[in-house]
Write a protein that binds this ligand. Sequence first.
Ligand SMILES: NC(=O)c1ccc[n+]([C@@H]2O[C@H](COP(=O)([O-])OP(=O)(O)OC[C@H]3O[C@@H](n4cnc5c(N)ncnc54)[C@H](O)[C@@H]3O)[C@@H](O)[C@H]2O)c1
Length: 355
Amino acid sequence: MATTLVTGVAGFIGMHAADALLSRGDRVLGIDILNDYYDPRLKYARLERLSERHGRSFHFERVDFADRHDLDAVLSAHRFDRILHLGAQAGVRYSIDNPHAYVQSNLVGHLNLLEIARARRVEHLVYASSSSVYGGNRTFPFRVEDRVERPLSLYAATKKADELMSESYAHLYRLPQTGLRFFTVYGPWGRPDMVMWIFTRAILAGEPIALFNHGEMERDFTYVDDIVAGIVAALDRPPADDGSEKPGGSIGPHALYNIGNNRAEPLGRMIDLLEAEIGRPAIRRHLPMQPGDVSSTCAEIAPIQSQLGFVPRTTIDEGIPKFVRWYREFHGLDDQRGMSPTSSMATASPREMVG
Ligand SMILES: NC(=O)c1ccc[n+]([C@@H]2O[C@H](COP(=O)([O-])OP(=O)(O)OC[C@H]3O[C@@H](n4cnc5c(N)ncnc54)[C@H](O)[C@@H]3O)[C@@H](O)[C@H]2O)c1
């Protein structure tokens, strides 16, 4: 039975990925710092769900993976076969006010995981990158072969730097790795700082929502179950160290893939679907573009389709109602359309469009 070390296991994607691995009989050693970038109660609730569903196959340790000594101390008691590194300081806009958090978690943390992988000779390290590395890329859809040297935020710069650090470890130590560039992930147990959550909350409360770039935004929204299917497929297939060129251009054992839906959905369509499921109209406020943001994303997914058999299955027409239903249930909202416990008239601004 394989054991996977999952970092950021109390996070949105980490919880879902751990759940999928445990459900098929793998063991998971999960780590997380449980920081308060967003309400930690949601992180505790995710951990509780994993423990309830999987009992002793799931083991959790609270640790800061940017602290190498603490990390080594915690991991010394455990063995694992591979690593799924999903923990990070996420978010584009938060990096404008909190740059050091990104250097710690995303650069120092990534190096620490690379060193652990190297010392333990794990069979595969799969790590999270982001569509934000494409910055202001003008060719659509975004391809892993595109040159991505113009990040529009520090968050994007750290994710690109992670890919470069991984490439050097694949070359120097032949460490098999796969980097996954996620495109705007949404679904049950999602992130309160992201656009879908923030708009859902505001529409339920009768508050206005902020449409940056006057609503002229498109996103390749990816349902979390599709992301998880891609993660599990990637984990099971470490890239071969055979000198062949991998997606992303490495000739070491290091592959890079986009995971998206391959559809750029206008923000307006997402809001229409939220309104339909919630049963009340959004109050839309048009605002200019925000610094660090990009107006459109779309993933080219041919490499992950052909190499890992990945097929996105959930359109936003199915996924958005599922998210809204979970949101109502999680918050104990009754089924009276449009009811919400709190309401203020401040405009709800999405902090995150990309992740
Ligand atoms: N959700 C998206 O749309 C999206 C899009 C692109 C990329 N990503 C990437 O996917 C990964 C998972 O994202 P998510 O949406 O689940 O985010 P999340 O914020 O819900 O989860 C990240 C988890 O990492 C933990 N963490 C952060 N720093 C840590 C540290 N120093 N030590 C230990 N734990 C730490 C946090 O406490 C959190 O629980 C991240 O790497 C993120 O950058 C997400």
